[in-house]
Ligand binder design. Sequence first.
Ligand code: SF4
Ligand code: SF4
Length: 91
Amino acid sequence: MPDDGKVPALGKALLDENQCLNAEGFACDTCVMFCPSDLQAITMKDPFPEIDQERCVGCGLCIFHCEASPKAITWQPLAEPSEPTTTKDTA
Ligand code: SF4
Ligand code: SF4
């Protein structure tokens, strides 16, 4: 963990407002309630939640608990996974 105590982000949550239940007139804020309280990366900006990309650490809790089907929030990795190295590669 870095010296500043912040959890390094592996990815970011992205909202598709068209998939959000609030676009259909439902009053949903489930994702806001499940974002870890000290992060508060999602807040309601009626009628949609808004994700603060600076605060989001990509934990995925909002995606897991999203009420919409398909999910209105998706996870985007910050970097492509690198190829695994083997002892054969490094020999
Ligand atoms: S991925 Fe985690 S930190 Fe980011 S908005 Fe969702 S619940 Fe909050
Ligand atoms: S849980 Fe899903 S459907 Fe509900 S407000 Fe959040 S993004 Fe929209």
